[in-house]
Design a protein around this ligand. Structure first.
Ligand code: MN
Length: 429
């Protein structure tokens, strides 16, 4: 007899604007789908596949049932793509772990199409159970490139098999004997590309709780770059008694979380490492929807990232930030323009509004070109005037210019007649 206990997390990542991954936690069946297609098509493909898979599997479980359910999912995506021009060519990966037969049979089937993966941790042994249906995986299998080259290969995203792009699909299905203590990991390539197998394995060994493990794997993928959507489902094979106990405990915690926004935000932070709010919220809603029917009869345990509370906070924070930025920009502009200076431009004294050299790209503007030339002021002022002499207002700038002329007239000297002026004029430009 085996029971199943699961934790899941999904996240849009740091680069993509929408999450095209979908997950299913509906014990005894668990799945990850990574959609592809323009605009919303990728999301539609993965969601359609998951919904059809679930419905078909529930109608007729068993390993044959799983194969049939995969084919039904393929057909559902294909039909939907054919019916809507916007969805033409869409497809999805789909990797599935499902208990098949009777619980006492202890059999788990793993099905796969595409490059999402299912791994199994059993004691010291951590291995990928699925084969990637991708171009680079085939090149590696043929010995044409090595694993390292595959990671950087320009066509590393090209799939050789996907669900929904043809009316029929080849599905890999392998039935495994399950042991209590086995831990299955289903993930999209957003995890496997960002986090090495050995890092994944050590994290799965360290974190006992499947929900913690799923959340931590997603966080790790984000901190390693998060270049793609990241989706993780961790399924533990447990004693059936543990399965039931965990469900009860988790549902109680679930209610608590819903009533306590503070706690919800903390959970979200753990699960997602501070996810982008929009993607996170949708991911959460999706995960919650996926978890919906599992709460009745199953032992599935899902900690769904709670990001609604967080997103309100993030929005409030962003508004505050924008307000501060606006005040800052306004202040800077005011500072940049709330002054005048007098400068010798060519041979004219010009009054500018602003600050010499400008402030953060806000350049001074001409307030007045005076009739006064450089030769009509005492030469010792010229170096300062070439740099720009600040004045607090237009009136004071005008007074300053008038005073310069008055000073020169009072001195009774033309610029050329003054010995000092002669020296400076010779040294000047
Ligand atoms: Mn992906």
């Amino acid at each position: 007899m085996i029971g199943l206990r699961a934790g899941a997390a999904t996240d849009v990542g740091l680069v993509r604007t929408n999450n095209q991954d979908h997950l299913l936690v509906a014990s005894p069946i668990f799945a990850v789908a990574d959609g592809m297609g323009g605009h919303a098509a990728g999301e539609v493909a993965s969601e359609t596949a998951i919904a059809a898979l679930r419905e078909a599997f529930e109608a007729g479980a068993g390993s044959d049932g799983l194969l049939e359910a995969m084919r039904t999912a393929n057909r559902a995506v294909w039909d939907r793509a054919a019916a809507n021009r916007d969805y033409a060519g869409m497809g999805t990966t789909l990797t599935v772990v499902a208990r098949v037969g009777q619980p006492e049979d202890a059999k788990v089937a793993v099905a796969n199409v595409g490059d999402s993966r299912t791994y199994r941790l059993r004691g010291d042994d951590f291995q990928q159970l699925t084969v990637d249906h991708s171009l680079v995986a085939e090149l590696v299998a043929e010995g044409q490139i090595d694993a390292e080259e595959a990671e950087r290969h320009p066509q590393r995203h090209v799939l050789t098999r996907a669900l929904g792009v043809h009316p029929e699909v080849d599905v890999d299905v392998v039935v495994h004997d399950a042991q209590i203590g086995d831990r299955f990991l289903l993930c999209s390539d957003g995890l496997s590309r960002e986090v090495s197998d050995s890092q994944i394995a050590s994290l799965l060994r360290r974190l006992d709780d499947p929900a913690d493990a799923a959340g931590e794997l997603v966080s790790r993928a984000r901190s390693n770059g998060g270049s793609d959507n990241i989706t993780v489902v961790v399924v533990d094979v447990v004693d059936p008694a543990d399965e039931v106990a965990v469900v009860a405990a988790d549902e109680a915690a679930d209610e608590e979380d819903r009533e306590d926004p503070g706690k919800g935000a903390a959970t979200a932070a753990v699960d997602a490492g501070g996810a982008a709010p929009a993607g996170g919220w949708f991911a959460r809603r999706r995960a919650r929807r996926a978890a919906g029917a599992s709460s009745g009869s199953s032992g599935a345990r899902v900690r769904v990232p709670r990001r609604r509370v967080l997103s309100v906070r993030v929005v409030a924070f962003l508004i505050l930030l924008l307000a501060v930025a606006a005040i800052g920009a306004g202040g800077t502009f005011w500072y940049a323009r709330a002054a005048y200076f007098v400068r010798l431009d060519g041979d004219r004294l010009v009054i500018y509004r602003g600050r010499p050299g400008g402030v953060l790209g806000i350049q001074p503007v001409v307030a007045q070109v005076t009739t006064t030339t450089g030769s009509q002021v005492e030469p010792y002022h010229l170096p300062a005037l070439r740099a720009g002499v600040p004045e607090p207002s237009l009136a004071s700038a005008r007074r300053y210019v008038a005073n310069l002329r008055a000073e020169a007239v009072a001195a009774g000297l033309t610029a050329a007649a003054s010995p000092v002026a002669a020296i400076l004029a010779a040294a000047g430009p």
